[in-house]
Ligand binder design. Sequence first.
Ligand SMILES: [Zn+2]
Length: 378
Amino acid sequence: MPFLPYYDHIDPGQGGSSMVIPEWPKPVLDRTEVFACQVCGEIFSSYEDRFQHRFEAHPYPRPLLVLGTQEVNTPRFVITTALSAEEIRPVNAAACRLDGKLVTARALARHIAVARSGFFKVELIGAGGKISVDYEISVEIASDEHAVLVEQEFARLYSPGGVSVASISTFIRATVKARTAQRYVEGLAAYLYGILAKDQRGETTLSQEQGRARLNEASQMLLEIDRPLAVVVAGIVSFQSNAFSRSERLSAVPRLLAAMRWFDSVRTRGLVIPVARPDGYAAPNARVPLDGATDEILAWMDLPAARLRDLAKQIGKRSQQDDWLPEDRIKAKVLLAAIHESEGDVANAAEVARSFRHDPVFSRLAERLISEGKESSQ
Ligand SMILES: [Zn+2]
């Protein structure tokens, strides 16, 4: 079973909550933190600047609670990462109620920010009192001790025998004591069940489709947990589901980051660029189990261009293979089209592009290659 190496001692965010292993040399990585607008993608250098831009550039009509990077659009929400009072913001709210009592926005934020566990009813009332939005906010922040226990047990899954339904059960049983980190456990277990189903191995009884649902659940739970392992696993799910713009905070896993950035650039510009290869890193000190297709795609992207061309036939085969999910077949097609284009074979690049012209992620690339194919044949 393949495993993806990463650095578990790199603090991917601003918090000091990541596990630091001092005896490992710190690799030099690009750690500049950027804040992307979730609506238009524009990049800002601070949380505050992005926040200002978000509601000035893209007006939002209703009262809304913003928690960290999340705009809470559901009636129930679980906070699993400690937030500062500045990151808890009611928007478009003329008045706020907390557990039925009228409070100022600032008091609401302070009250929730100091809680490590608990349950709050929040009501935001718009100007004129016409619209009000109700939330039930549950705070379940894992203690460092519990999170570390979960990570240690997760690391035990790295074995030549690989992961199976039985080893996932062992992992869940071993982490029962980590009471405050149960959402972390659930998210990681959903990921593991998801990749077994995706690969149809390890005694899974789930279909590939059910596995995909598990992976999405995992990503939703883990995106909210500020631990390097959670960030890496959520990043893998983003890659699996072709959500390439979500590459923030992936510096702990350079191979994945390089692949995400390549596909994202192809997606947004419709142009094929050389894959940037990270070099000069210290050896990674942790590993995450990976599904076969993701492992193979990441391995292709690690190769020099000439070696990748030799694999065109294999990549073409994968792009048609029934037991690969559509998202992975599309990635193989995009790589194949890129290989043809880099060889100056415009006709074949256009031919491959026709098979993904309706893909919502890569339609821009497809249209360009198809029209260039037409021009060259005239
Ligand atoms: Zn924007």
